[in-house]
Design a protein around this ligand. Structure first.
Ligand SMILES: CCCCCCCCCCCCCCCC(=O)SCCNC(=O)CCNC(=O)[C@H](O)C(C)(C)COP(=O)(O)OP(=O)(O)OC[C@H]1O[C@@H](n2cnc3c(N)ncnc32)[C@H](O)[C@@H]1OP(=O)(O)O
Length: 123
């Protein structure tokens, strides 16, 4: 798992319970997975097709620093499937896991396009 991005949990990221809002976290995960896919496929026309069951295992509070990890599950013909884990940087407590995030590579007309990738590039 490559943890490329760290986020600081700020007041505007909280829910009424005073913990990190799940929707905010999912938006960060979607962006992180999109960045991973764009860099691997070398195409910025990609869309999120599918996100598997998510599992919120612990919460984060204001002031916590969290890190978002993305890893390749597999390359499809037009898709890339990734998994994600988010954890607290200091305690290493896992906050959420997502087993599969599928993004689809598109051509200039917005149609699924073969990407030809089979190996992860470490960038
Ligand atoms: C000034 C600013 C500059 C900015 C500079 C650039 C910035 C760049 C930022 C970009 C940031 C992007 C961020 C994106 C994150 C969103 O927010 S994207 C928005 C939300 N997503 C959408 O709107 C997608 C809507 N869906 C669709 O358009 C169509 O379903 C799709 C994705 C084109 C696919 O169409 P389709 O007819 O299902 O295509 P099909 O050929 O059957 O399947 C395509 C692939 O999907 C897979 N698939 C199909 N259904 C499923 C399923 N249910 N589950 C899993 N996989 C599936 C297939 O297996 C296939 O994969 P391969 O086997 O070829 O590998």
């Amino acid at each position: 798992m490559i943890y490329q991005t760290r986020k600081w949990v700020k007041p505007e990221d909280l829910n009424a319970n005073g913990t990190l809002f799940g929707g905010k976290l999912l938006s960060w995960i979607d962006e992180e997975a999109a960045l991973f896919a764009i860099i691997q496929l070398k195409n910025n026309k990609i869309v999120t097709k599918f996100m598997s069951e998510i599992n919120f295992m612990s919460s984060a509070r204001q002031g916590d620093i969290i890190e978002i990890g993305i890893d390749l599950v597999k390359f499809g013909r037009t898709s890339i499937i990734m998994k994600c884990e988010v954890r607290n940087v200091m305690t290493k407590d896992v906050i959420i896991t997502v087993d599969a995030i599928t993004m689809v590579n598109l051509d200039s007309f917005g149609r699924p396009a073969s990407h030809g990738k089979t190996e992860v590039e470490i960038i």
